[in-house]
Design a protein around this ligand. Structure first.
Ligand SMILES: Nc1ncnc2c1ncn2[C@@H]1O[C@H](COP(=O)(O)OP(=O)(O)OP(=O)(O)O)[C@@H](O)[C@H]1O
Ligand SMILES: O=C(O)c1ccc[n+]([C@@H]2O[C@H](COP(=O)([O-])O)[C@@H](O)[C@H]2O)c1
Length: 188
């Protein structure tokens, strides 16, 4: 599962857990982006903070791991490179890329979109406020999957912290503590 994870929240974790169980996946690899090219670079927290929060949030699940491939690769982050790196590290694995309905709708604008579908099967999960459609996508390489709806976004979590509002229970407890300890999201 790729994402900016700024911060990781329970929407990500529920989606990953549900897909792991339904597709009987051996491992869910969370891959924090290095430099997401479709997001404003100045607005994204340093990669090491996002990586560490992802490690903390996933530590208790034996099937969840975190990969540094995107944050250690210089330059902008493209999923085509993520999948090539993961495939090289796990030559025998069948790869699935878990993504939200909003990201899936944009996938044809991603770098080397055609080749993406050769490297992985894409699982698009429901996300409140975004319709789940696979228009124009190869049916045999994309599966749409309903997961329990969690109306949580990283944008909202950041805004809540900035306004001094709680994010308890939207993110794992360790993430709330990490955000406060490191004064993320422009807290006073
Ligand atoms: N509540 C949610 N339910 C299901 N999928 C989600 C949810 N939140 C995010 N996702 C999906 O997880 C992936 C990574 O998301 P990302 O890290 O960008 O989080 P985000 O909450 O969308 O962040 P932001 O609000 O900063 O854009 C994306 O594919 C996104 O669609
Ligand atoms: O490869 C691309 O061109 C591309 C463009 C936009 C997003 N992505 C990937 O989609 C995932 C979710 O991205 P985001 O920005 O919604 O956090 C993450 O793994 C990104 O690297 C990939």
């Amino acid at each position: 599962m790729g994402g900016t994870f700024d911060p990781i929240h329970h929407g990500h974790l529920v989606a990953a857990s549900e897909v792991q169980a339904l597709f009987d996946l051996d491992e869910v690899v969370f891959v924090p982006t290095g430099k997401p090219w479709q997001k404003d670079a100045g607005q994204v927290s340093p990669a090491e903070h996002r990586y560490l929060m992802t490690v903390i949030a996933t530590a208790s699940n034996p099937r969840f791991t975190v990969s540094r491939v995107d944050i250690d690769r210089p330059g902008l982050t493209y999923t085509i490179d993520t999948l090539r790196d993961l495939a090289a590290q796990r030559p025998d694995a069948e790869l699935f890329f878990i993504t939200g309905a909003d990201a899936l709708a944009q996938i044809l604008s991603w770098k080397d979109a055609d080749e993406l579908f050769e490297l992985a099967h894409f699982i698009g999960v429901t996300r409140p406020g975004h319709e789940l459609t696979d228009n124009g996508l190869p049916r045999d390489r994309v599966t749409l999957q309903e997961v329990p709806a969690m109306a949580i976004s990283s944008t909202d979590c950041r805004a809540r912290v900035e306004r001094g509002e709680p994010v308890w229970y939207l993110v794992p407890d360790g993430i709330t503590q990490y955000i406060h300890k490191h004064h993320l999201y422009a807290q006073p």
